[in-house]
Design a protein around this ligand. Sequence first.
Ligand code: CMP
Length: 226
Amino acid sequence: MNPQILKQIPLFSELGDRDLEKIIQVASRKRYHKDNTILIEEEVGSTMFVILSGRVKISRISDDGREVILSILSDGDFFGEMSLLDGHTRSANVTSIEESELLVIRREEFLQMLKDFPQIAINLLKELAQRIRKSDEHIKSLSLQDATGRVATTLLRIAEDSGVFRKGQVEILELPLQQDLANMAGNSRETISRVIKSLSDDGYLRKQSGKIIILDYEKFRLKFSK
Ligand code: CMP
């Protein structure tokens, strides 16, 4: 593998070529088809993963059997680090939602890497801090907002993670399925369709063959990011 591929990954971005080579030597690559289970909640973990290409969803199943999507991660992101760090079982399920190629690193090598390259540890902590911020926002939106607010903040999360910003608009190109949106926002599918229609009627959004455009991102954010 070319070290330049690893250079694009925020976790490794400060490392020089020689150090990247060391990481390549201890990692392996694995491909998953769309909708493959990668990790299962409660299993014992022995590896962590970096997404070289593709997208995965992080989810848990609620007591009444509904799927709750905690996050969607894409290329450059990592997952599977939590159980390696705290020694507990996997905290969530991870499923590929697209064909994905992952870098796989075993526990011993990952922990050694954190000792050898403090910059990796700092980048990891930065990302974990951002994930806590996002989770805090998510909890706030689930507990304080009505259905419209929850769908709008979910769209804002997706826009910030993977939207294409252009002239004040944001295009969300690879929209998750309606059911995935519902599981992210804590709503039913029917509510998602109804809210998206009413946000479109009110001039906030335009829905267009598999993509959603937030027509004025600043206005949308000010209105719904409370
Ligand atoms: P681990 O617990 O080993 O296995 C499941 C992984 O899902 C976990 O490590 C994290 O990498 C990831 N994960 C769990 N919760 C979240 C979250 N709220 N946001 C992003 N990723 C998460």
